[in-house]
Design a protein around this ligand. Structure first.
Ligand SMILES: NC(=O)CC[C@H](N)C(=O)O
Length: 224
């Protein structure tokens, strides 16, 4: 698998993602917000942080960067696009995923480890797991409260686009949504940080299943 991690001014989880991918022997390029051609990559990661200082709203400035035009082309091509935390916020702002991440129901920055329940075991991001499995993954956000209109929420549920739910609703998200895909299943966003849970030395490597699923999905596509 060939991966790109896009670093925006203010990203702060880009190197976490880089090291997580390297731990799976993935060839990773670190690109910046001026990236214009992403056609060489199986998977493109938009990492967490505070892109452009989170001015106006999280992700609201990043969506205008040249790199996001290239991400849209890649998404249309069916390449995998993965946004973690601020990356999820950028993908919703850019219109690549439905809904919006609002300020947490109890306003404030939450830094914790939370249990995520697998909702869809057939996705590119969970295929080594089973529906109902629980993985513990760090969260670190002030704006993780997922909202959308009722019709879109119903559509997300009906199309099995909800991939993970929080076991307990930590931030007020509708239907305890922690991660969703687009309709085609190749664009994915989640607020929790699997890239921070890949090394047993840190006390938690349950995020590895997420990356193992991605690798299996890319491998499967290459054989098809
Ligand atoms: N860790 C992050 O990516 C933080 C995301 C975002 N800036 C928030 O606080 O919600």
């Amino acid at each position: 698998m060939k991966a790109a991690v896009i670093t925006f001014p203010g990203s702060n989880c880009d190197m976490d993602m880089y090291h997580a991918l390297e731990s799976f022997d993935v060839a990773v390029d670190l690109l910046d917000d001026q990236a214009s051609d992403l056609s060489a990559y199986d998977a493109i990661f938009i990492p967490g942080g505070f892109s452009y200082g989170d001015y106006l709203r999280s992700g609201a400035v990043a969506k205008f960067s040249p790199a996001m035009d290239a991400v849209k082309v890649a998404a249309d091509n069916g390449q995998l696009v993965i946004g973690i935390c601020n990356g999820f916020q950028i993908l919703t702002e850019a219109g690549l995923l439905p809904g919006q991440l609002l300020v947490n129901e109890q306003p404030g920055f939450i830094c914790d480890e939370v249990n995520l329940v697998v909702e869809n075991e057939d996705s590119n991001f969970t295929n080594v797991l089973k529906k109902g499995d629980v993985i513990k993954v760090p969260i670190a956000h002030g704006e993780g409260n997922y909202v959308t209109d009722e019709a879109t929420l119903q559509e997300l549920e009906d199309n099995h686009q909800v991939i993970f739910r929080y076991q307990e609703n930590v931030n007020g998200s509708m239907n305890r949504i922690a991660g969703i895909t687009n309709k085609a299943g190749n664009v994915y966003g989640m607020m929790p940080h699997p890239e921070r849970a890949v090394d047993a030395l840190t006390g938690n490597d349950s995020g590895r299943a997420f990356f193992e699923s991605l690798l299996a999905a890319v491998d499967h596509k290459a054989r098809a």
